[in-house]
Write a protein that binds this ligand. Sequence first.
Ligand code: NAP
Length: 312
Amino acid sequence: MSSSPIKLAIVGVGKIVRDQHLPSIASNPCFSLEATASRNASVDGVAAFKDIESMLDECALDAVALCMPPQYRFTAAKLALESGKHVLLEKPPGATVSEVERLHALATEHQVSLYTTWHSRYGAAVATAKAMLADLELQSVALSWKEDVRKWHPGQEWIWQAGGLGVFDPGVNGISILTECLLQQAFVSKADLSFPENRAAPIAARVIFKTCDGIEIDGDFDWRQQDGEAWNIDFTTDKGVMQIRDGGAALRFNGEEVSVPGHTEHGEYHAIYQRFAEIIELGISDVDLRPLKLVADAFLLAQRHSTEAFYE
Ligand code: NAP
C-alpha cells in the first residue's frame, strides 16, 4: 500500500455510515476521512457539505464512498468519476443495471477504480462455505431471508419507493452470498412478488432460480417476520446439508458447527475498506452486477400480487 492515506469523503450520512463505515475507516490507516456531503447530517470534526458538487469543488479528495439510497447514486457517482475520484458504492450499487454499467465504463475512461460492495460476502463463514461447496455435488438450495421491516428499516421511505427494492434490499445480501458460492450461473425461472396496495416495492417475494444444470434454488424473502430474523442458506449436497446461518456469520454441516474465522462487529466493512484500498493500489475496478441482475430479472418475470396496505 502507498504511504500516504487515501483522502476519502462519504456521501449520505445515515444508519450504515454511523454503524459501519465510520468505525471501519477510523481503524484503517489506508484512509483519512476528509469530508462528508449530506443534506441534514454531519460527522463531528469532519468538514461538512450539503451536496457533493460543493464538496468536490472545495476539497482535495482521492475517493468517495456513496452511501445514500440507490435511487440517488448515479448522478453523484458520475460527477465523482468524471472529477477523477475512486468510487465505492454501497449495496445495491444502483437503481438499475444499465446505470452501473455506464459507471463502470466511466471509471475505465477516467482511469479510476469503481467498487460495487456486497458486504455480506465478507461474512465470516462465506469463504469457507464456498471452498467446501467446490468439493461437493450440489443438489438443491433453499435461501430464506426474512426479517421484520419495522425493526430493521424504521422511517426509510426510500426503501418503499420505486428503485428502493423493498424486501430485496436485505434479500440481495443473500443473493450476493449465493452468487459468490455457486460454481454455476443462476437464472430466475419464476417469481411471485407481493406489493402492499399503498407501496411501490414488494414486502415479500418467492423466487425460483435455476442453475445451468437445472439445480433449483428456492428463494423465500419476507419482511413480515415477527419472531427473530432468518438469514439462512441451505445447500443440499451428495454428502449432506451445508447451512449458512446468521447472514453469513456461521456455518454448519449436517447439523455440526463448522469452524470459521471469528465474527467481529465491523468485520465485513473492515474487509470492504481493505479491498477498496487494494483495488485503488492495483489500478483496477471491482464490479459485480450478478446479484442486482437477478433481482432485476425477478421484477421482469414477476407475477404481481397485491397485499394489505403497510403503515409503520
Ligand atoms: P438511511 O439511514 O436512510 O441513510 C441514507 C442517507 O442518505 C440519509 O440519512 C440521507 O442523509 C441521505 N440521502 C441523500 N439523498 C436522500 C434521499 N433522496 N432520500 C433519503 N436519504 C437520502 O439508509 P441506510 O440504512 O444507511 O442505507 C443506505 C444504503 O446502505 C442502502 O443502499 C442500504 O441498502 C445500504 N445498507 C444499509 C444497511 C443497514 O443496516 N441499514 C446495511 C448495509 C447496507 P441526508 O438527509 O443527510 O442527506
